[in-house]
Design a protein around this ligand. Sequence first.
Ligand SMILES: Cc1ncc(COP(=O)(O)O)c(C=O)c1O
Length: 431
Amino acid sequence: MSNPTPYEQELLAKASKYLPGGNGGNTNFPNDLKFLARKGLGSHIWDVSGNEYIDWLMGSGPMVLGHAHHTVTEAVLEAVSHGSTFFTTNEKAVLLAEELCSAVPCAEQVRFTTSGTDACFQCMRAARTFTNREKILKFEGGFHGTSDYAMMSVTPSTAEEYPQAVSSTLGIPESIQDLMLIAPFNDLDTTTAIINAHHDEIAAVIIEPIQRIIAPRPGFLQGLRDLTSKNGILLIFDEMVTGFRLAYGGAQEFYGVTPDLCSVGKIMGGGYPLAATMGRRDIMSVFDQSSTANDSYVNQIGTLNGDPIGCAAGLATLNELKKAGTYEKLHETGRQLRLGLIEICNTNEIDIQSCGEDAIFDIVFTNQEIKNYRDGLSGNAILMERFNAGLLQNGVLKGWPQKFYPSLAHTEDDVVKTLDAFKTIIPSLKQ
Ligand SMILES: Cc1ncc(COP(=O)(O)O)c(C=O)c1O
């Protein structure tokens, strides 16, 4: 697509001038496909030049009802007309906290933040305070936002010996590496060995229940649950992507494993800057200055934490998601697209692995089974780039480099058109 009008070209030039790298740090397209989003409605978005795209990126997950869903928009407009933020606890935040606690198995109390980065960071800090231990174990390739701790071994280019952490960005003090332990996802034996060797130093294990697009193998999450409980280590699910997507109660409900704490954001903020740390009441009490001894109080302040606009959007979104048949539809849309992609690859003798679950997935161009980050490196990156670019050229936007986020707004027509676009680009994939 692209082919920007002179006005969009002018804006793109301004983006290059005023934004580092010409972008906001999120999806960055190749030069010939760059566009600036102007509006979204349902499952489609439009760029400044008026080009229309079927959107499977959906804001990187939050827009599960579709863009500009009328009930969310109405709730936000109503909330905005009553003032946007107060820096005191507000009505909508209490109502949303109540709903979150009734929906999410581990949640007894909630602390709001404005980003997933902060929610994951607060989970780790609460765990350290509660257990009086310093180290956190995370999985290689797992993403928990951009805090210093989270940015360890997210995209390592070398295969360090586990549990050595390596920084995935510049600017992190070297000493942080020693506070993070790294294990391979879906490998309970190696994780057990690391935990046995460090059990009295580890405050928590943090995990994306679906790591990027890699689903947990049967028994892995339950194994971690047993292992952490046995060693007095807290289990944190980062449900930023899976929360309210796999099921109303997130991955905890979907896989039947309850962590001690979790971070949730994206969908539950209805597309507004809202996220939360939540979990067991005894652990969450570290955030309560009045009920905890001063030496175990975690001071967590944020100007816009739990602002009424985000909470109103969240409440309206959750109200829609609670309706009968929602999750069946979401999974079915994903299933149709996923099966269609697999079939096209099979017909054209293209090696792929289909990863994730129907509500969040992608294909990877390899014949090797993908259980963890290192297996994922076997994927053909050039084919993936051609796949993403080819779809975009044909008016289909997906997660870049990975992830399809089905939504309730996607139609059968969107699925058919996406598969048709894929068929069109097969010759270019095979070049
Ligand atoms: C699993 C996971 N954790 C944390 C984050 C960070 O959330 P945010 O971008 O709101 O800081 C993301 C963002 O995509 C995520 O996918």
